[in-house]
Design a protein around this ligand. Structure first.
Ligand code: ADP
Ligand code: MG
Ligand code: MG
Length: 872
């Protein structure tokens, strides 16, 4: 049987997203709910993947099905593509499984040509409309299919407007539109040396292919990488009969959300424009009206729309984001999807809907993207500092948050600045999809034009970035590198502050304060905690980090990197002394200086965690990382150690390694220098005893973790040193203290022989940074430079250091978990690599049955929610 590549809307439903894409599945669902949706059909995502398999060619089988379904669409609508009596016009719309707003392309009014336009003019008795639609089509087709930038056509429009002495597109007459068509087609011919295609079927195939191709345009690839969407999915294509919002003043087009996407308030929220088409509302060319005004201009359509909104929200059990068009007073639905929203709004909507009895707490938990919580955990403007400051102007509060930084005017500048570690505010007339990378590199986005549903607003909310839009008091002079607001001039590089919650813009830096988990957020997180089975710990090296993590709900420390404290202040000196020591005695003397510092640090950690488990990892990095680098530094150290500089030079040269990551580090250090492990045990156990004595109500059981073990014999050797030291300390102190020795699993050999290693290890912690590096055989410090080519060529979808490679690295984790449990059924299993805070990786950890994930403090709430979702 041949594969089915095409579906009429009435053949599909909401559960067919994989095949029909989100847009197609929801158009189908709305059609079947009896809502007014213009007829159409969907070409499946499988057709798109097949297109790529066939070397970017739509094969005959798919082509035949497209034309068969075009026939069906013509029968449904009673119109025919290219017909001189009753022509059908269609839109060709992209629609992937996961919504990727604005990332791919859409073409409207397809089917227009020199004769059809005449017919449409006659039939509608509205030549202006007919030629407006035609010129829009030429513009979109040229842009999307042929790659001629839209802005070059806008120049022609500006030109015509200037000669006619008018400002608004609305003042263009039928003749002007006609002239635009002529000039557009002329421009097309000049640029491409061929005439604008007149055959509607050729137009249709060109448009479909262009939508397939747009799956792999730069911004779509970037968006996929940011959102961890596989490149293998492909996009579906929707071919849909046009309805017209640009036929006159009883027509219009708009977008709306069933609740406020910025605050979550339960109130219909949206914008529309009368006598307009498609993207006019979001393009920021004319300023749209808010949705309540629709009641006055198109009362019937408005009432119908309210009813549909209500039905859709109940049906999807989620806040909806909808697109509609009104043709001659009649409402048509063109899209619905679960609306993107700010983190703040997401929490309010989730808790409100539970209170309304509309959804369960499980549904509420699934409704919020864990990553999104991040934006609530970062500092907000200090209320007192805010009160003391006067805004220079106010725009629309498009996406909440607080940002201070230097003014930049382009995405490139923002990206550059981020690389240099500078904080910037991206100020633009309006943003376009090309700006997305620059937007994410900025502290905040400030636009002059556009409403709450403009590109900047939608994308910023999606990324959790702070954004103020439509700040029309700003006069831009971006080419000269400044803007003016109320007579005051701000230059590129000047610092301003942007408050996305109020829309205020300040001409200065403003102090910010840390965030706290309260209100809706707190309630929501309690639901998450009740639901999850995975524990969430934190990676913390300092008491400050540990305290922060504890406030964010961490249930212990999964990883303390003991060496990190040694880069600070004077401590590095003692460390260097230890490293360059020539005899064991010298080394012991240096270690003796270090021990009290470590002990104090550890006490701080135990105190911060209030009796919860703390895993301390022993010294891990190659020693030379601690050594002085410059000649002056070396001379200074030599002086201090009363050592000839040449001798120190020689020691340092000796420590040089070609591959330090695969060199003398981790457990290998403790094997050559057992006194290091002795000192660290002394510090850990003494700290634990001291804190236990101070807090008898706590039950402290130190967890000692040996890094980079590849063989059980290594672990056994070091564990012996640890036990000897620890047992004696505990005995001498007369406290009854248990402690545990475990290992990291970060070398593939350890994963493969985990059953053996578990004979000595009481717990495993998967160090997935090293494990990923060693499994792939590329260095995590160098991979960035070549992995970008992997993404561009779709060899990798995402960074394996950010999202766990569940296939390869995951297999090793599985083997290790099984092996460990075989030998020691109650072995404790955790993960402490960066992946411990990544929702997709956490889902995998749940599947493998780990006991806990450990992540950086700011990811703890994200992990708590991701763990709950993994358990649902
Ligand atoms: P995107 O995914 O970028 O939102 P869409 O495919 O939704 O792109 O198309 C953008 C806009 O084009 C829609 O919001 C709608 O206003 C307009 N549009 C698409 N198809 C039609 C149609 N059949 N009739 C009228 N307008 C349409
Ligand atoms: Mg679009
Ligand atoms: Mg859309």
């Amino acid at each position: 049987m041949t594969k089915k590549y095409t579906y009429l809307f009435r053949e599909g439903n909401e559960h067919m997203r994989e095949l029909l894409g989100g847009k197609g599945a929801n158009l189908a669902e709305m059609s079947n709910l009896g809502m007014p949706v213009p007829y159409g059909f969907t070409i499946t995502t499988e057709a798109c993947t097949q297109y790529y398999q066939d070397n970017e060619c739509i094969n005959d089988e798919i082509k035949a099905q497209i034309f068969e379904y075009l026939d069906k669409l013509e029968a449904q609508s009673g119109k025919k593509l290219g017909d001189t009596n009753n022509p059908l016009l269609v839109s060709v719309r992209s629609g992937a499984r996961a919504s990727m707003p604005g990332m791919m392309d859409t073409i409207l009014n397809l089917g227009m040509n020199d004769t059809v336009v005449e017919t449409v003019a006659k039939l509608t008795d509205n030549p202006r409309f007919a030629y407006d639609s035609y010129r829009r089509f030429v513009q979109m087709y040229s842009d999307v299919v042929m790659g001629l930038n839209k802005s070059r056509f806008e120049k022609i429009i500006d030109d015509v407007k200037a000669t006619r002495g008018i400002e608004s597109d609305l003042d263009l007459t039928a003749d002007d539109m006609k002239e635009l068509v002529v000039r557009f087609k002329q421009f097309y011919n000049e640029q491409l040396h061929t005439d604008f295609p007149q055959d509607p079927k050729e137009q249709l195939m060109g448009a479909i292919e262009a939508v397939f191709r747009s799956w792999n345009n730069e911004r779509a690839i970037y968006y996929r990488r940011m959102n961890n969407i596989p490149s293998s999915w492909g996009t579906a294509v929707n071919v849909q009969m046009m309805v017209f919002g640009n036929m006159g003043n009883d027509c219009g087009t708009g977008v709306a959300f069933t609740r406020n996407p910025s605050t979550g308030e339960k109130k219909l929220y949206g914008e529309f424009l009368m006598n307009a088409q498609g993207e006019d509302v979001v393009a920021g060319i004319r300023t749209p009206q808010t949705i309540d005004h629709l009641k006055e201009v198109a009362p019937q359509a408005y009432d119908k729309f309210l009813e549909i909104c209500d039905t859709l929200e109940k049906h999807y059990r989620n806040m909806q984001d909808m697109e509609f068009t009104i043709e001659k007073g009649q409402l048509f639905m063109l899209q619905t999807r679960n609306g993107k929203r700010t983190a703040q709004a997401a929490l309010k909507i989730a808790t409100d809907m539970v209170d309304e009895g509309a959804i369960t707490t499980d549904e509420a938990l699934m409704m919020v993207e864990p990553q999104q919580l991040d934006s609530l955990l970062h500092p907000m403007f200090d209320p007192d500092a805010l009160k003391a400051a006067t805004p220079i102007t106010t725009g629309l509060p498009a996406s909440p948050g607080a940002g201070s930084g230097e003014i930049v005017f382009s995405a490139e500048e923002a990206i550059q600045a981020k690389e240099e570690g500078r904080k910037v505010i991206l100020v633009r007339l309006e943003t376009s999809p090309e700006d997305i990378e620059g937007m994410s590199a900025s502290e905040a986005i400030l636009t002059v034009r556009g409403g709450m549903t403009s590109h900047a607003a939608v994308v910023a909310r999606g990324m959790g970035a702070c954004c103020v839009a439509g700040c029309s008091a700003i006069e831009m002079h971006e080419e000269e590198g400044y803007f003016v607001v109320n007579g005051q001039r701000f230059n590129r590089g000047d610092v301003i502050s942007v408050d996305g919650s109020t829309g205020n813009v300040y001409g200065q830096a403003i102090k910010s304060v840390p965030a706290a988990i309260t209100g809706d957020f707190e309630r929501f997180m309690e639901w998450a905690d009740q639901r999850r089975t995975l524990q969430v710990r934190t990676n913390a090296d300092t008491p400050r980090d540990a305290k922060q993590a504890y406030e964010f709900g961490a249930q212990g420390i999964g990883l303390t990197r003991t060496e990190h404290m040694f880069f600070e202040g004077d401590r590095i000196k003692a460390m260097r002394e230890m490293i360059v020591s020539k005899t064991t005695e010298q080394r012991r003397a240096a270690l003796a200086k270090i021990e009290p510092m470590q002990r104090k640090d550890f006490e701080g950690l135990y105190e911060a965690m209030q009796g919860q488990p703390v895993t301390i990892r022993y010294l891990d990095p190659p020693l030379h990382e601690f050594l002085p680098k410059t000649d002056e530094e070396i001379a200074e150290l030599a002086d201090e150690m009363k050592m000839p500089k040449e001798e120190l030079d020689a020691v340092i040269a000796n420590l040089h390694e070609f591959n330090p990551m695969l060199g003398h580090r981790g457990v290998r250090l403790a094997i050559t220098f057992p006194e290091i492990a002795e000192m660290q045990t002394l510090a850990v156990i003494t700290a634990a005893i001291n804190v236990q004595n101070r807090h008898p109500e706590w039950n402290i059981e130190p967890e000692i973790m040996i890094p980079l073990v590849g063989s059980v014999h290594e672990l056994k050797f070091v564990k012996n040193i640890v036990s000897k030291t620890a047992d004696k300390l505990i005995k001498d102190s007369n406290v009854d203290m248990k402690y545990h020795v475990g290992t990291m699993i970060e070398i593939p050999r350890a994963a493969l022989l985990a059953d053996e290693i578990a004979q000595e290890a009481e717990f495993f912690s998967f160090g997935t940074n090293d494990l990923t590096q060693m499994t792939f055989g590329f260095s995590r410090d160098d991979a960035g430079s070549f992995l970008s080519d992997y993404y561009d060529d779709n060899i990798f979808d995402s960074d394996p250091f950010a999202h766990l490679d569940t296939k390869g690295v995951g297999k090793l984790i599985q083997i290790a978990a099984q092996g460990g449990r075989k030998t020691r059924p109650d072995i404790k299993l955790g993960i402490c690599g960066e992946h411990g805070g990544d929702p997709a990786s956490i889902d995998f950890c749940q599947q493998v049955g780990l006991n806990y994930v450990s992540c950086s403090p700011y990811r703890v709430p994200i992990a708590r929610l991701a763990a709950a979702q993994a358990a649902i």
